[in-house]
Design a protein around this ligand. Structure first.
Ligand SMILES: *[C@@H]1O[C@H](CO)[C@@H](O)[C@H](O)[C@H]1NC(C)=O
Ligand SMILES: *[C@@H]1O[C@H](CO)[C@@H](O)[C@H](O)[C@H]1NC(C)=O
Ligand SMILES: *[C@@H]1O[C@H](CO)[C@@H](O)[C@H](O)[C@H]1NC(C)=O
Ligand SMILES: *[C@@H]1O[C@H](CO)[C@@H](O)[C@H](O)[C@H]1NC(C)=O
Ligand SMILES: *[C@@H]1O[C@H](CO)[C@@H](O)[C@H](O)[C@H]1NC(C)=O
Length: 469
């Protein structure tokens, strides 16, 4: 339960706090000052005591960074802080009358400010500045420092690339006041302030001189004043030297030097040899791709598949890589069986009867044509193999008309089946080559992937530190 005394004590404290609030008189002074200054203020009024005298505006800029030099679009993008300083006749006060308030920060849309713009701007919004507060001092001096990203047009001449200098102008001036009303003055003889400049990797900043130009056109008596700063930059040739020329020379010389290194020198895999490896890899991948394409487009009538390619690319490698073909399972057993079958086939071919070899037909045909007299025929023909095939027929066949027809039909059939067999064989050879190409491709993929990973890991591990904090 809160006692009555506690409540009273709290109330007393609150009362003391409330009565003490006006004691912090700073806020009240500033409020009064702002009210007195701005109530009667007209932002359209050029703040001069004598209307016939120009208002002097000290102008300067601080180059922070060259963001981009766009050669193609002839643009220069920079980060710049402008600096405008003038004295506003209407913003003066006696600081001792306002509790020692020396200065104020006022948003620019509440004050008159010089309408200074960059004439050669290529920005979408034309004026790329950020409207910061204006610092107003008791004697009326106003300081306005708007930062901005400036996109300016610049005639870029790349005749001497990469040994070129570029001069990019930035012309500032009042858009509406002439020289009799607003007088731009350079705030520094040295031109732009470069003390905060962040160096550019591609361009070396030679200087940024500024110049005030006063031009009197024939049409009108009043002078027009502008301040032009010239950003003088020189392309860093070292950049191109180190980024284009040196790597090329290094890589090509590494490729040669790599062969002269003794294998037992115990050298670590340096970045240079890494380059070497990569280049070698790229070159060999091109060569192997050519091989693959060559294999892929081979046909049976030009290229017979050598036995070693069959064994290596159609059996062993696919088995190692775990590749399969539809309808043809590849296991160790099938590979061994295949080679056994090859041997048998060879043996069979050599043992095939001479008649079959001469006629280029299978033994079954001879069986049929022999008309059940196979044994005698084999022996008889085996002895007189020089005889012509037609005479064989005549000799073997009884001269019956229907049998002759049958014989003829058989011949035709033999021709057709032979043709189909040959087409089948050709298709098989083509598909064999395609499969071989696929196998080589897969093999290269695996080997090159392994190579890349191992080389990269080796280089990264040999580096003293990988992540720079
Ligand atoms: C205003 O300036 C002009 C030119 O400087 C001068 O002739 C004139 O006397 C000035 N007027 C006042 C009120 O100071
Ligand atoms: C500022 O005000 C004080 C007191 O009101 C006065 O003494 C002083 O002379 C004034 N200063 C100026 C520059 O007018
Ligand atoms: C205004 O006062 C500041 C110091 O408070 C001084 O640096 C500046 O020069 C003065 N400006 C003028 C125009 O008197
Ligand atoms: C070969 O001929 C015999 C008898 O003429 C026959 O029994 C056998 O089936 C034939 N062989 C073939 C493969 O046609
Ligand atoms: C044909 O030859 C096979 C073996 O060469 C034999 O088994 C078969 O009896 C023969 N047929 C005739 C009809 O002689």
């Amino acid at each position: 339960m809160v006692s009555c005394e506690q409540v009273l004590a709290l109330l007393a404290k609150a009362f003391v706090l409330i009565t003490m609030l006006p004691g912090s008189e700073q806020g009240a002074h500033e409020k009064r000052l702002l009210k007195n200054l701005l109530d009667e203020y007209n932002i359209l009024e050029r703040p001069v005591a004598n209307e016939s005298e120009p208002l002097e505006v000290k102008f300067g800029l601080t180059l922070q960074q060259i963001i981009d030099v766009d050669e193609k679009n002839q643009l220069l993008i920079t980060n710049i802080w402008l600096s405008l300083e003038w004295n506003d006749y209407n913003l003066r006060w006696n600081e001792s009358e306002y509790g020692g308030v020396k200065d104020l920060r006022i948003t620019p849309n509440k004050l008159w400010k010089p309408d200074v713009l960059m004439y050669n701007s290529a920005d979408e919004g034309f004026d790329g500045t950020f409207q910061t507060n204006v610092v107003v001092k008791h004697n009326g001096s106003c300081l306005y420092v708007p930062p901005g990203i400036f996109k300016s047009t610049c005639k870029i001449d790349i005749t001497w690339f990469p040994f070129d200098d570029q001069h990019c102008d930035m012309k500032f001036g009042s858009w509406t006041y002439d020289g009799n009303q607003l007088d731009l003055v350079l705030n520094s003889e040295n031109g732009g302030d470069l003390s905060d400049f962040i160096t550019n990797g591609e361009w070396y900043l030679i200087g940024m001189p500024g110049k005030k130009n006063t031009i009197v056109y024939q049409c009108c008596p009043e002078p027009y004043v502008d301040v032009t700063f010239t950003i003088q930059i020189r392309r860093r040739t070292l950049y191109y030297f180190f980024n284009l020329i040196v790597p090329c020379v290094l890589i090509s010389s590494m490729a040669l030097l790599g062969f002269t290194l003794p294998p037992d020198s115990g050298e670590k895999l340096t970045l240079g040899t890494y380059f070497n490896c990569i280049m070698f890899m790229v070159a060999s991948s091109v060569v192997l791709t050519v091989v693959v394409l060559n294999y892929h487009h081979r046909t049976a009538d030009i290229h017979e598949m050598p036995q070693w390619i069959k064994t290596v690319f159609l059996q062993w490698l696919p088995w190692i890589l775990g590749m399969g073909r539809p309808g043809k399972k590849i296991t160790r057993k099938t590979i061994l069986m295949n080679s056994r079958m090859k041997e048998l086939e060879l043996k069979e071919r050599s043992s095939k009867s001479l008649l079959a070899n001469v006629l280029d037909i299978d033994d079954d045909f001879r069986n049929v044509s022999a008309g059940g007299n196979n044994a005698s025929m084999t022996t008889s023909l085996g002895g007189g193999f020089m005889r012509h095939p037609t005479t064989i027929e005549e000799a073997a066949m009884p001269s019956s008309g229907t049998q002759r027809d049958l014989q003829h039909i058989l011949r035709e059939l033999q021709f057709i089946t032979n043709h189909m067999k040959k087409a089948d064989e050709e298709a098989e050879v083509i598909s064999d080559w395609k499969f071989a190409a696929m196998v080589v491709d897969r093999f290269c993929l695996i080997i090159f992937t392994m190579f890349t990973i191992i080389a990269t890991v080796a280089v990264l591990l040999s580096a003293p530190h990988i992540i720079v904090q």
